[in-house]
Write a protein that binds this ligand. Structure first.
Ligand SMILES: NC(=O)c1ccc[n+]([C@@H]2O[C@H](COP(=O)([O-])OP(=O)(O)OC[C@H]3O[C@@H](n4cnc5c(N)ncnc54)[C@H](O)[C@@H]3O)[C@@H](O)[C@H]2O)c1
Length: 252
């Protein structure tokens, strides 16, 4: 169903994994895509165009305002103001698994800098464009780990707790501009980044499948329908929410 026809969607961290799958899903629903990543998301652009969709690739670090501003300007010049922002970029699969007492302050700061401050900066860069579009939908990619905690990942879990609470504050502030903000709390997903780090699959795969009602591996495409729903007018009265997409691992 092309229910995002006429919309412009920016996806951060769109080069691979979950971000790439979400960019493709939004394109299939009719949105024109601004795929942004710290390295150029060439493969994502090619995949969207191969399906007959429209996409612009941008190289932007979510912790760098200049590159974010340049992406928004390029998006507006190519497609017009941005209606949808998927804050997906984050440090996850590249984080070294460590007991909390061994995580350094520098490692803690780096995860918070990208996962929390980067999301804050990307949102600040895009909201003026959304206001020019008379409203929009922001979807923040959180994690189910924030509900239950996870071993060896204290800084990451803390960062996703912050993504959840920041989403609620953003929803309250931006509602009067017609901008909705929701968070998806994602279950452990066999994304490219995770598959490239077999130690992660080894530590978390069986453990998370056992906790689910639906007993299988989660793949990036499991998020597609939820993202299209939250991006579209079908969710016009839904804001400030966190939606668990995790095969039924968390029930609150
Ligand atoms: N895979 C999972 O199990 C899982 C579970 C819950 C939440 N998530 C979240 O989903 C999102 C994507 O995860 P993934 O598994 O696809 O990870 P991934 O590591 O495969 O992809 C992350 C993407 O973000 C990009 N990125 C990293 N730092 C950036 C920066 N400073 N600026 C711009 N782009 C940057 C990377 O280049 C990469 O393309 C992350 O926010 C992650 O925390 C993943």
């Amino acid at each position: 169903m092309k229910n995002l026809e006429g919309k412009v969607a920016m996806v951060t961290g769109a080069k691979q994994g979950i971000g790439q799958a979400l960019a493709l899903s939004l394109a299939k629903a009719g949105a024109r895509i601004v795929a942004s990543d710290i390295t150029h998301p060439t493969e994502t652009i090619a995949a969207i165009q191969a399906e007959g969709g429209f996409a612009l690739g941008c190289e932007a670090d979510v912790t760098d305002n200049d590159s974010l501003q340049a992406s928004v300007a390029a998006a507006e010049a190519e497609f017009g103001p941005i209606n949808i922002l998927i804050n997906n970029a984050g440090l996850f699969s590249t984080i070294e698994l460590k007991p909390m007492l061994e995580i350094t302050e520098e490692e803690f700061d780096q995860v918070m800098r990208v996962n929390v401050r980067g999301l804050f900066q990307a949102t600040k860069a895009v909201v003026p464009s959304m206001r020019r579009a008379n409203g929009g939908s922001i979807i923040n990619i959180g994690s189910g780990t924030m509900h239950r905690g996870a071993p060896l990942f204290a800084h990451y879990v803390a960062s996703k707790g912050a993504v959840f609470s920041l989403s609620r504050s953003m929803a309250r502030e931006f509602a009067e501009s017609g901008i909705r903000v929701n968070c998806i709390t994602v279950g452990f997903t066999a994304s490219k980044g995770v598959l490239d780090h077999p130690e992660m699959m080894e530590k978390f795969s069986d453990y998370t499948i056992a906790a689910r009602m639906i007993k299988r591996e989660m793949v990036p495409e499991d998020l597609s329908g939820t993202v299209v729903y939250l991006a579209s007018d079908a969710s016009a009265f839904v804001t400030g929410q966190a939606l668990n997409v995790d095969g039924g691992a968390v029930t609150y």
